[in-house]
Design a protein around this ligand. Structure first.
Ligand code: HEM
Length: 206
C-alpha cells in the first residue's frame, strides 16, 4: 500500500492533468472550431447563439486554467520543494551537486509558459470577453477589443505546444539540450500552426 505522500501526489497529478485537458481543450475549441464558425455566421445568428455558448465555454476555460495552475504549483511543491519526513526546501529533484537538475529546468520552462498563458486568460482574454458579452464596450471600440482577445488566444494556442513538452519532459526525458529545446519549440509551434491551417482559422482574426 503506497504511503500517504504518494497517494496525495497521484491525486494532485491527476487533478492537474484533468484540469489541463479542460483548459486546453477549450482553448483549442475557440481556436480551431469557434473562430472559423463565427466567421461563417450572420449577425442575427451570432446574437442568438453567442450569449448561450460563450459564457458557458468561457466558464470552463478560465476555471480550468485556475485549477491547472493551483494543482501545478502544488505538484511542484510536492516534488521539488518538499521531502516527506524532512520538510520544505529544495529536493534532490530540484538540485544536485552540479546545480539545477535537467528535470527542474524542463519544468521551469513549462511552468513559465503555462503561467504566461494563465495570465493571458485571466487578465486579457476573459476581461475582454466579459466586457463584450455584457455590452460594456462602445460599439465602435468592440472590434479592437475582440481582436486583442483573439490574438492573445492565438498566442496561447502557439505557446501550448512547447508548454506541453515542458510538462511531459521532466519525468520522461533526460538532459535539456539545444536539440531537445529546438524540438520542443519547433514541433510544438508547427503542430499548432498546422492545426490552425487545417481548421480554416488562419486569417480570420477579425
Ligand atoms: C499553468 C501552469 C502550470 C504549472 C505550474 C504546471 C506544473 C506542473 C508540474 C510541477 C508538473 C510535474 C513535473 C514532474 O513530474 O517533474 C507538471 C506535469 C504535467 N503537466 Fe503541468 N503545469 C502547468 C500547466 C499545464 C497545462 C496547461 C497542462 C495541459 C494539459 C499541463 C499538463 C501536464 C502534464 C500532462 C504533466 C505530466 C504528467 C506526468 O508525466 O505524469 N500542465 N505540471
Amino acid at each position: 500500500m503506497p504511503d500517504l505522500y504518494s497517494n496525495i501526489h497521484l491525486v494532485v497529478r491527476w487533478l492537474h492533468v484533468l484540469a489541463g485537458i479542460i483548459w486546453i481543450g477549450h482553448l483549442y475549441f475557440f481556436n480551431f472550431v469557434n473562430v472559423p464558425l463565427q466567421a461563417s455566421l450572420d449577425d442575427a445568428t451570432k446574437k442568438a447563439v453567442n450569449p448561450q455558448l460563450l459564457p458557458r465555454a468561457l466558464w470552463w476555460f478560465r476555471w480550468g486554467a485556475m485549477i491547472t495552475l493551483l494543482a501545478g504549483l502544488a505538484l511542484f511543491t510536492l516534488l521539488y520543494m518538499y521531502t516527506p519526513g524532512v520538510g520544505f526546501g529544495p529536493t534532490s529533484l530540484f538540485r544536485d551537486a552540479n546545480g539545477l537538475t535537467s528535470r527542474a529546468a524542463w519544468i521551469l520552462i513549462g511552468m513559465t509558459l503555462g503561467a504566461v498563458m494563465w495570465f493571458n486568460v485571466w487578465f486579457i482574454i476573459w476581461p475582454a470577453q466579459k466586457a463584450l458579452l455584457t455590452g460594456k464596450i462602445p460599439a465602435d471600440q468592440a472590434p479592437a477589443v475582440r481582436k486583442r482577445a483573439l490574438k492573445t488566444s492565438r498566442i496561447n494556442a502557439f505557446l501550448s505546444g512547447p508548454m506541453l513538452f515542458g510538462m511531459v519532459a521532466p519525468a520522461h526525458y533526460g538532459a535539456v539540450s539545444p536539440g531537445a529545446l529546438c524540438l520542443a519549440l519547433g514541433l510544438g509551434a508547427v503542430a499548432i500552426w498546422m492545426s490552425l491551417r487545417a481548421s480554416g482559422s488562419v486569417g480570420k482574426l477579425t
